[in-house]
Design a protein around this ligand. Structure first.
Ligand code: COA
Length: 159
């Protein structure tokens, strides 16, 4: 069984992330979308809320598993017996950061590859931060995030 791990903050998941994971399931038997708590980022949603939204958004694809973890990514990947880490690339500006992570991860665990999937053009401008900013200021994010995420963003904005 070929397993890939797609890690991220997913605060919240966007249609850009879903585009990447759907395409990754054509390469792997199973893709684990795993939410990490990144202490360097201030989050809007708790890890549990993010896992819940991801589960709802991906429930129609049985190849996608949703999970969360804290600690070193390569330890998690080994525990899951995964072959590769999957990351999306939106623009050249993502490249430096992603290359550093991929090289460090490869140093820690030479048997695990990082696979980059180029974001579809309609999603290259999306980030979780700009989605949150627009939604919190009352803007419309329909079509940019799954319906379950849009609903929760509206609830947060009204509280
Ligand atoms: N569509 C929409 N948004 C996308 C996207 C896409 N296709 N691809 C990336 N993004 C956005 C995300 O929404 C996120 O936006 P934000 O900064 O506004 O929240 C941003 O790009 C990148 O964040 P994310 O993919 O969530 O990564 P991250 O930088 O928060 O964390 C990990 C990356 C999880 C891989 C890394 O922190 C990690 O491995 N942590 C574990 C600890 C560890 O092992 N460290 C050593 C690593 S060398």
């Amino acid at each position: 069984m070929k397993i890939g791990v797609y890690p991220g903050s997913f605060d919240p998941v966007t249609n850009g992330h879903l585009d990447i994971v759907e395409r990754a399931t054509k390469l792997f038997d199973q893709v684990i979308m795993t939410v990490i708590h990144n202490p360097r980022k201030r989050s809007l949603f708790t890890v549990d809320e993010r896992v819940q939204m991801l589960s709802e958004a991906t429930c129609s694809n049985p190849r996608i598993i949703v999970d969360s973890f804290s600690g070193l990514l390569m330890d998690y990947v080994n525990r899951k017996k995964a072959l590769a880490v999957i990351r999306g690339l939106r623009a050249v500006s993502d490249f430096d950061y992603e290359m550093q992570m991929a090289l460090m991860n490869n140093k820690l665990c030479p048997d695990v590859e990082t696979i980059f999937i180029i974001a579809s053009p309609q999603f290259i401008y999306l980030s979780s931060s700009n989605i949150k900013e627009v939604a919190m200021l009352g803007g419309c994010v329909k079509g940019l995030v799954p319906a379950c995420v849009e609903k929760r963003l509206i609830e947060k904005a009204n509280n």
